[in-house]
Design a protein around this ligand. Structure first.
Ligand SMILES: NC(=O)C1=CN([C@@H]2O[C@H](COP(=O)(O)OP(=O)(O)OC[C@H]3O[C@@H](n4cnc5c(N)ncnc54)[C@H](OP(=O)(O)O)[C@@H]3O)[C@@H](O)[C@H]2O)C=CC1
Ligand SMILES: O=C1CO[C@H](CO)[C@@H](O)[C@@H]1O
Length: 355
């Protein structure tokens, strides 16, 4: 689903777990979305709880997320906590009968992903993963044009980011490899997701060959620069590459096919800006053209569309932009890429995606 009008029929009651840098934006998105109600927030520290109470005085704030899960009136839980806590909190939310929006990475190991998918199936719960770029008017337009045959058969995709360093995260979790998993799971995971989405006509990815390095000699595991080549079973390939040693936030996608090409770019002072510049140019085999993007794009806008999508799905059975099975694939690609970085060899996805 990319750009759709959503028509809701009843208010969907949301609980939010995690009120950090990104969780606050989730709260804002739920708060302002028609048909969504922010009923409870769970935060960890006293200062985060106070912040949540001050900002949302009509919402119940819990310092223990299990108390939020015990509120039977909450239908869906939105989990925006450090990645190492995804499995623990998501599994309890599903077992408590809640539908789920879980931030990416879905989890930091394949066994955690599989366990969550099984629990969701057993409890017949909706399980969405926060790959919000799929809802973008820009990145989604690239997908739509590929599906319409604008470039012919897709053969090559480049997904590239140049940006400033990652934030530390609460308690520095993002710079602690035992809690973040790896840095590919942080940002390149979005680009693996896009690459696989764009090259869907080329079958599934079969292997990855990746390289990375760090600016900190004593922390080689914190990879500031990362590049990977993914091969697909029908011959297409994708390049995913990013540097965290640059400035601002500049993302480019170039996809070429047997007939034409697409070139999309997005720039902002940071990832979470409401004032980006963006463009999409296409070559349809005959002419180069500017393709208008009517709707604003950026992760804050996509976050709102993601909440609206869930309201629609829960009211009217629409489809999820990124269901759990897709989130699982992206985790597999990140873990395989990390293995390739460590071994210096191409790595087959089969070993990672098989159950
Ligand atoms: N899809 C996307 O584009 C993005 C996704 N993310 C993902 O979102 C997640 C959160 O990232 P981010 O917000 O940047 O991280 P932060 O470190 O800024 O925030 C994490 C928050 O989780 C809270 N927390 C930790 N444990 C608990 C708990 N047991 N109960 C309730 N709250 C808890 C922390 O509370 P306290 O402050 O009290 O310590 C903190 O406020 C990560 O998985 C990240 O990968 C992040 C950015 C963008
Ligand atoms: O998903 C994400 C993970 O964390 C990064 C932290 O700077 C974000 O920029 C990014 O969008």
């Amino acid at each position: 689903m990319t750009q759709q009008a959503y028509n809701s029929t009843k208010n969907i009651r949301f609980g939010l777990i995690g009120f950090g840098a990104w969780g606050k934006h989730h709260a804002d998105a739920i708060h302002k979305t028609d048909g969504a109600e922010l009923v409870g927030i769970s935060a960890r520290s006293g200062s985060s709880c106070k912040d949540a109470r001050d900002t949302y005085p009509d919402t119940t704030v819990y310092s223990n997320y299990e108390d939020l899960l015990a509120d039977d009136s909450i239908e869906i839980v939105d989990i925006v906590v450090p990645s190492y806590l995804h499995h623990e909190i998501a599994s309890k939310a599903l077992k408590a009968g809640k539908h789920l929006l879980l931030e990416k990475p879905m989890a930091i190991s394949m066994s955690e992903c599989d366990d969550l998918i099984n629990i969701a199936k057993e409890n017949k719960r909706i399980f969405a993963v926060g790959h919000e770029l799929r809802l973008s008017s820009l990145w989604g337009k690239v997908k739509d044009l590929i599906e319409e045959g604008y470039i012919g058969d897709p053969q090559y995709a480049l997904v590239e980011l140049s940006r400033n360093p990652y934030r530390l995260g609460a308690d520095g979790w993002r710079y602690d490899i035992s809690r973040v998993g790896n840095w590919i799971l942080e940002e390149p995971i979005h680009f693996f997701d896009l690459a696989r989405w764009y090259l869907a006509q080329s079958g599934e990815p079969v292997s990855v060959y990746a390289s990375a390095n760090s600016r900190q000699p004593d922390h080689p595991e914190l990879q500031d620069n990362f590049s990977a080549i993914l091969k697909f079973d029908k011959g297409a390939y994708a390049v995913v590459t990013q540097t965290l040693s640059a400035f601002e936030h500049h993302q480019t996608v170039k996809v070429t096919g047997t007939k034409g090409a697409l070139w999309a770019s997005w720039s902002g002072a940071m990832d979470r800006t409401r004032h980006p510049t963006f463009s999409l140019r296409g070559f349809n085999g005959e002419n180069v053209e500017e393709i208008p993007i009517e709707k604003m794009t950026g992760e804050l806008y996509e976050l709102e569309d993601q909440i609206a999508m869930l309201v629609e799905v829960l009211n009217n059975n629409g489809s999820l932009a990124c269901p759990a099975e897709e989130g699982r694939w992206s985790v597999a690609m990140c873990l395989a890429a990390q293995r390739s970085v460590e071994t210096g060899l191409p790595v087959s996805f089969q070993d990672f995606v098989k159950r």
